[in-house]
Design a protein around this ligand. Structure first.
Ligand code: PLP
Length: 718
């Protein structure tokens, strides 16, 4: 039996293709596939949290037989299957038509986390979601991408908040039976595909495959009986405790990842390290080239010619940096395979900016990649400044690090209702004209009443979801009724609703609104023009200060004086994110500049015509145009920057946002607000999707790297 048959044992023959649909995550962004699954059993579909495999396992033979005999269902079934198969089979893709490359080898894309669907919880936040969206758009565009990551068998933790607002991290083991994960079997029939040595032990590595449209993601797993019990746990948790574990995970990802691809007979022509966690992939390729007889300098040049490295954080502490002792323990005498001594090996990870006693993953990745980029214009400036010492004596503006601003996968984040509206306005083929910038101008002509009606509907759905989630947690988890208030059961569909959801890192300042509690109370509880705020997000398990911010925010959700207008949704994940970004009225994003490299949740909101209020950091520094939302003026850095920003935040909320939202015409439509909504949609659609982003990666980096070109190479000398 195939993996799909094991997972979904019974289906009537007439609709057996449901198995194929469910096992490829492309169903998630094909509207007809989604409708098809929903059609099978709407309440169960919702109860499985939109998991088609779970749905098919839970649906009885009688209902399946009914579906198999229902003409309308069958028509939808044929259409959905056609969509999925066509996507896999067509050679007529954007990538193929754009580049006639002599090298048809794939691009290998390495990342430590992938956020593709909430049923596969192997992501913690923005980096993973971006990697997932990158794969989805690569599939849409026909980019020959093959992704490599780790399968965290315990996933990322589930968030449970105690009554006093403290985040508890519980980890449930991921059950592959209700996911589309498939075990990869080697060409010789074996499960272990490759091995690496670490701490003097050989660790065998198996892999799982996740199909994301045309793009396979190979997820490495050391949880094998053959391995030492300690090593079985290496890949079990995403960002588990301690640097030693983290280093070993990166060793498995980088070195093991290359070896697994080789074992599967995959020979990439270009290699993309997405963040420094993947640096060892570059180093393993040096070893391969040395084994073929190249000297280290020549191997470095060859690796540079075919490698891309993307850095994602302007926070120095956010970059991995390992002590030499840890490195030596992890790698053993690996450097002998590069034909160099220990010093020359460690020199690859030398960071001229800090100290000499550690191996810096970003510095090494920059040395070994001919193409390096940051993820927004502003982040580009910060990154060139941060790494200027690798090119001694140069002005930061001349440091050869580029930038490709992040985006999001439109079809995953835009609600079906908005997609339907665009079909009506732009014509059914608008997705094929996505490169035409004037196309997006047409959204300004959307009918005001129709857009507002869709938005109001999405907001009602959100409030309903929140209530149902609270009901479920009340049944399963909570023992105290006071949880119910904080979980948003007192929210209603009318008030101006602000969404704030992201990882709780202190620089994101989730608590900025609470710096002036009295002013906030007045804002929320105004009888005629009330406001409500919905929070969600997880703090990193070892980030104490972030947990304290979360606790503080949480405590306000139960304050009677706020009248139940502040809510916190537990266990933020891709599904909660998708509901929030389409259902709120305003997206709030107030990182402390310049610490947000890009940020993407505001783009997701904007694709649903939800404008953003944000600090001019990350993508908003280039995305805000005065019409598509609001920006806080840049404050002076320093001790009371937060106080100044909080003041500016209230000023704009009270002075502009609330009045505009409540300024209605005779039909009850806020015309000025709807104008902002359309502008938000126009800007995000034309510039902040992963179609544009992956297109840029292809043009600027992948196509030349696939041809082995490295024009005007300018390697670091520092
Ligand atoms: C988009 C997303 C993020 C990243 O959001 P930022 O705005 O970059 O902080 C994090 N987590 C989830 C679940 C997301 O969907």
């Amino acid at each position: 039996m195939t993996a799909a048959e094991l997972r979904i044992p019974y289906l009537p023959e007439r609709i057996e293709g449901l198995r194929e649909l469910a096992m490829n995550l492309s169903w998630r962004w094909h509207r007809r596939a989604w409708k098809l699954f929903e059609e099978i059993d709407p309440p169960v579909w919702a109860d499985t949290r939109y998991n088609p495999i779970d749905l098919l396992r839970r649906t009885g033979p009688a209902r399946l037989a009914e579906c198999a005999n229902h003409p309308a269902f069958l028509e939808l079934y044929e259409a959905a299957l056609r969509d999925a198969r066509q996507e896999l089979a067509t050679a007529d893709t954007w990538f193929h038509n754009r580049f006639q490359l002599s090298d048809d080898r794939p691009v290998a894309y390495f990342c430590a986390e992938f956020g593709v669907h909430h049923s596969v919880p192997i992501y913690s936040g923005g980096l993973g979601v971006l990697a997932g969206d990158h794969c989805k758009s690569a599939s849409d565009l026909g980019v020959p991408l093959i992704a490599v990551g780790l399968l965290y068998s315990k996933g990322y933790f589930d968030q449970i908040i105690t009554l006093d607002g403290w985040q508890k991290d519980s980890d449930a083991t991921l059950n592959p039976d209700i996911t589309p994960l498939e075990r990869v079997i080697g060409r010789d029939g074996s499960v272990p595909l490759a091995s690496v040595t670490t701490s003097g032990r050989e660790v065998r590595i198996a892999a799982w495959k996740l199909r994301v449209g045309r793009v396979p993601i190979y997820l490495l797993d050391t949880g094998l009986e053959e391995n030492d019990p300690l090593d079985r746990e290496l890949t079990s948790k995403l960002y588990g405790e301690g640097l030693e574990l983290r280093l070993k995970q990166e060793w498995i990802l980088g070195v093991g990842g290359v070896r697994v691809l080789r074992a599967l007979g995959i020979d990439p022509g270009a290699w993309h390290a997405n963040e420094g966690h993947a640096t060892f992939m570059l180093i393993e390729r040096l070893r391969e080239l040395h084994a073929e007889g190249l000297k280290l300098e020549d191997a470095i040049q060859q690796v540079r010619a075919r490698s891309i490295f993307t850095t994602h954080t302007p926070v120095p502490a956010g970059h991995d940096n390992f002590s030499l002792e840890l490195i030596e323990d992890c790698t053993g005498d690996y450097w002998e395979g590069l034909g160099v001594n220990r010093e020359a090996f460690l020199r690859l990870g030398f960071n001229p900016d800090t100290n000499h006693g550690s191996f810096h993953m970003t510095a090494a990745a920059i040395r070994l990649s001919g193409r390096v980029n940051a993820v927004s214009k502003r982040h580009g400036q910060e990154t060139r400044y941060m790494w200027r010492k690798l090119w001694p004596g140069r002005d930061p503006s001349a440091v050869p690090i580029g930038e490709i601003t992040n985006g999001v996968h439109l079809a995953s984040w835009m609600s079906h209702a908005i997609l339907d509206l665009l079909d009506g306005r732009l014509g059914d083929d608008w997705k094929l004209r996505r490169d035409d910038p004037t196309m997006w101008d047409q959204v300004l002509d959307l009918d005001d009443a129709a857009l507002w009606e869709v938005h109001v509907q999405l907001k009602r759905l959100l409030i309903g979801f929140i209530r149902e989630d609270a009901r479920r947690r009340w049944r399963d988890q909570w023992r105290e009724a006071v949880h119910l208030v904080g979980a948003g059961t007192l929210l209603s569909p009318q008030p101006l609703t602000i969404g704030f959801a992201r990882r709780f890192a202190t620089y994101k300042r989730a608590d900025l609104l609470f710096r002036d509690e009295e002013r906030l109370r007045r804002l929320l509880t105004d009888v005629r023009r009330p406001v409500q705020v919905i929070f969600a997000g997880k703090a990193h398990p070892s980030d104490g200060p972030a947990k304290e911010v979360l606790q503080r925010v949480y405590s306000f959700t139960r304050e009677p004086r706020f009248e139940g207008r502040v809510a916190f949704l537990e266990d933020y994940d891709l599904l909660v994110a998708a509901r929030l970004v389409r259902g709120v009225d305003l997206w709030l994003n107030v990182p402390r500049p310049p610490l947000e490299a890009s940020g993407t949740s505001g783009m997701k909101a904007a694709l649903n015509a939800v404008p953003q209020l944000g600090t001019l950091d990350g993508w908003w520094a280039e995305g805000f145009d005065g019409e598509n939302g609001w920006a806080l003026p840049l404050s002076e850095k320093g001790a009371d920057a937060d106080a100044a920003d909080a003041e500016a935040l209230f000023d704009v909320l009270e002075g502009e946002i609330v009045p505009l939202y409540y300024d209605r015409d005779m039909r009850g439509i806020p015309l000025g607000w709807v104008r902002k909504m359309k502008q938000a949609l126009r800007v995000a659609g034309s510039r902040f999707t992963t179609w544009r982003m992956v297109g840029d990666y292809c043009t600027e980096y992948y196509a030349p790297a696939l041809e082995g070109r490295l024009d005007g190479d300018d390697p670091p000398t520092g």
